[in-house]
Design a protein around this ligand. Sequence first.
Ligand code: AVI
Length: 313
Amino acid sequence: MAVDPDLSSAVRRGLTARPKRLPPHLFYDREGSQLFEAITELPEYYLTRAELQLFQAHGPAIAAAAGDVSAVVELGSGSAKKTQVLLEALLRVAPKAAFVAVDVSAAAVEMTRATLRARFPGLEVVPIQDEFHLALEKVQVRPGRKLVLFIGSSVGNFDAAEAVELLATWRASMRPGDALLLGTDLRKDPALLVPAYDDARGVTARFNKNLLARINRDLGGHFDLDAFRHVAVWNAEASRIEMHLESERAQVVAVDGLGLSVRFEPGERIHTENSYKYTPEMVEEILGRAGFQRERTWTDDRGLFAEHLARVK
Ligand code: AVI
């Protein structure tokens, strides 16, 4: 079995920590990415639809505020369903702009390139498979102002300190006049939030348990998926939804590829994800500390989701 060293060290570290945890970027192998696409179609998962509606309603205003940019750079590319709607509006204001699709996965950038080529035949689409900050440095060889997109509430899976560090790193590769469009989910009634992360069909439960399935597939793990329960809870103090996997009983699970035996108490949890839900103050704080000035914010019709346009200070 060819073992991925990043996966091995993250799983070893997380399963030997107290409390146990696994980092959320491990969700996104092939199965996990497909499950995430299925989540975005769920009736309970309002985020994707709200952001799409926001782009349909406010795309022209966002484009006017962003101005005549020479490149639109999307950090984290994929099916680009929502991006197409925004891009339509952006290209009316900046018809010569190129689109730069950045992702650590070659398959993701290729998928974006193919989708956008079909929809916008004249558009220059530049795929970059790299870490986001390195891609931003490469993009700066192009003259003109850039608009960087970090949408879909991806920032919400980082805590405030991590988010500031991340945005500040990108900020260091941006120039005065460049802009960032940041998508954030908003703090709201937990009666709406919790089902979005614990849907009736159990797709999010399968997405969460795919972490254990992945350890079984890629690291020779022996997790019994039925011996763990998917848990989604609202942590009001931290303003975040937390996902956990809770052991139904006392058990010891071997992970052969790591030479590890992991003991679980009944009810013991592995913390797998945080999804922060923002107030305007939280957004202002993160952008400001990372060296950006928030200029404008738009929300969808139901006030569920927000998009913030910020400039390099
Ligand atoms: C990718 N990210 C913004 C999603 C979220 O809503 O935090 C991941 C997700 N986790 C469970 N459902 C969706």
